[in-house]
Design a protein around this ligand. Sequence first.
Ligand SMILES: [Zn+2]
Length: 232
Amino acid sequence: MRAIKTILRLILDTLFPPACASCKKEGDFLCAECLESLAKRKISRFSKRGSTPEFENLRGVIYALDYAKNPQIKAAIKQFKYKFTEELAIPFAKLIVEKIGELEMAKGKRLILVPVPLHPKRFLERGFNQAEVIARAVQAEWLQGLCEVEELLVREKETGQQAKLSKEERHRNLAGAFSMNKKIVHESKSENLYFIVDDVCTTGSTLENAAKVLREKGFGKIYGLVIARAFK
Ligand SMILES: [Zn+2]
């Protein structure tokens, strides 16, 4: 199966050479220049001390890039999600891993990546869960310690497009959307860091609702982890 896939990819690449999702230059799905031009901001310390926490169940959202400041990544995420260019998961994962590397709290910890699950109906339509593909790529890129992908959550409710909804509407829409995956036995360990992985975070409702389910099962130290965060 893998060999067939490789051959197919080769034929496709010859017929339609990869082009940069952002500047359309041939060669890579996200070219070196576009990657180089990303607006990054280093985080030296991740702490909610001194200010009111943004979320009830999440300790915070770790994002590699600010969505608004990086149109390059916007185009790439769109291509990844809707034209399924799986290769883009690698540059995305590299950006995320770079960010995790800046986190003092992640040093020497076991990182558990929990992809935001897709509803089975959506999964059948799309054939993949973009959050899971990103999580697996991050796992492969993270070489500083233990990192595992655990599909701890399942989606109970089809929530449809969230983009046009207000924060309150999203919250209502997502209530009860997730539950624990009964097929996986996982004991929450206080020394682990849990990252709920998605492509983009806007209001954080999806991540927060997913975190709530884990929190109710006794999990702690839960963060959101995304390629880009959009601030409204
Ligand atoms: Zn480019």
